[in-house]
Write a protein that binds this ligand. Structure first.
Ligand SMILES: C[S@@+](CC[C@H](N)C(=O)[O-])C[C@H]1O[C@@H](n2cnc3c(N)ncnc32)[C@H](O)[C@@H]1O
Ligand code: SF4
Ligand code: SF4
Length: 369
């Protein structure tokens, strides 16, 4: 599918028959309670849910089959995706239909699942690690660091022993007030970077209370949705939480990591890109829409789709308040071509959402995976 962005920044699209990139939130459950997590953290949206949802494996298989002619790229999401009881079957089905698949994981079950992940040919594994042991475990829970590191080593060793190129293995580091001073220490002292193919440094995503109110108003006025936008509420943070972060020190550490990755041949990614002092200040003062590389318009509604554990279809990654249909009731491709999706795309041709500044896709180019 070709996407063209015209001079006004409005995407025009040729051929929208099938999404090229599909996120499947396999389940909501997670075995951790990471402090910054918009799902299960201090302010997490899932904490009060009496019943946790998961995708029906038959529905997952139907989606994969229906879209197989386009061989979309898949991202498996959670909760913790490795806890999904049909995880192996999902990988097996994707392999059968020739789609590539990536997923993030907290790493606690990685050692146990490494064989299957290799056997079913996953393309990329992102292990979440937010600092050296004491910092990572302060953010993610006791004992998590050691398990995740063992998982990475097992995956790497198995892959090398079998002489395979995939899965590529990397670390996602979420930069928060608790972790930002310890980026260098993780990669220089506590992890063997030569066992990694990629590193992604990502700022904690958040929206302000004001952004949340504005988003709710947009949902009401433009999409006829009177909702408390409970999922997006998981992202709400006060700017004062970030005010003490030393911008200069963080940018110095990031520069060094980037240089180190170049030296060692490890792919380096950052969201947002260019973590200079100025970028850091704009982002953590709630002005990330002013970043030079923040998108004016988002092309993802034409390229990708996300199905959450309840079966709701949405294009905004992890922001599940605006839904466009449900795969338990309708086929994905009918939803993808349906009126609700059209209305949503039409809105985004001319506008963005206040939540966009907390969305990693806002900083992602359409070609990266
Ligand atoms: C929601 S988790 C789901 C997958 C898995 N449980 C894990 O932790 O990798 C996906 C990614 O989001 C990251 N994450 C959690 N809270 C975040 C936040 N507020 N801002 C940015 N990333 C966040 C996690 O660290 C992880 O890398
Ligand atoms: S492991 Fe992932 S989903 Fe679970 S609490 Fe941590 S960041 Fe959230
Ligand atoms: S939240 Fe914004 S940037 Fe993210 S997918 Fe939706 S429209 Fe795009």
């Amino acid at each position: 599918m070709a996407i063209q962005i015209n001079k006004e920044g409005v995407p025009s699209v040729i051929n929208t028959s099938t999404p090229r990139w599909i996120w499947l939130q396999l389940l909501e459950a997670c075995n951790l309670r990471c402090k910054m997590c918009y799902e299960w953290g201090d302010n997490g949206a899932y904490k009060e849910r009496p019943v946790l949802a998961q995708l029906d494996i038959n529905v997952v298989k139907q989606i994969i089959e229906d879209c197989s002619h386009a061989k979309p790229y898949y991202d498996l999401f959670g909760g913790e995706p490795l806890m999904y009881k049909h995880f192996d079957e999902v990988l097996e089905t994707l392999k059968y239909y020739g789609s590539q698949v990536a997923f993030p994981t907290n790493g606690t079950l990685l050692e146990k699942k490494a064989e299957t992940i290799i056997e079913h040919g996953a393309h990329r594994v992102w292990v979440s690690m937010d600092g050296p042991e004491e910092i990572n475990d302060a953010q993610r829970g006791p004992g998590v660091f050691k398990k995740a590191r063992r998982g990475i080593e097992k995956l790497f060793d198995l892959r090398e022993a079998k002489g395979l190129e995939f899965p590529k293995v990397g670390i996602i580091f979420i930069i928060t007030p608790l972790t930002y001073m310890h980026v260098e220490r993780l990669f220089f002292e506590h992890i063997d970077i030569t066992k990694l193919d990629h590193i992604s440094l990502e700022f904690q995503s958040f929206i302000t209370p004001e952004d949340h109110v504005e988003y709710r108003n947009i949902l009401k006025n433009n999409f006829n949705l009177d909702t408390n936008a409970q999922v997006s509420n998981g992202f709400v943070r006060k700017l004062s939480e970030f005010s003490e972060m030393d911008r200069k020190e963080l940018s110095r550490q990031v520069r060094n990591i980037e240089r180190y990755c170049q030296e060692k041949g490890v792919y380096f990614n950052a969201y947002p890109q260019n973590m200079t002092e100025e970028t850091i200040e704009l982002y953590f003062s709630g002005n990330s829409h002013e970043l030079s590389h923040a998108k004016k318009r988002c092309e993802f509604p034409w390229l990708s789709t996300e199905i959450n554990a309840r079966g709701d279809v949405t294009s905004c990654h992890a922001f599940y308040d605006l839904t466009l249909g449900n795969v338990n009731e309708e086929r994905l491709l009918d939803i993808w071509k349906g009126p609700r999706y059209k209305e949503y795309r039409n809105y985004l041709k001319r506008n963005s959402f206040p939540i966009c500044q907390a969305c990693c896709l806002n900083f992602k180019t359409k070609t990266e995976k």
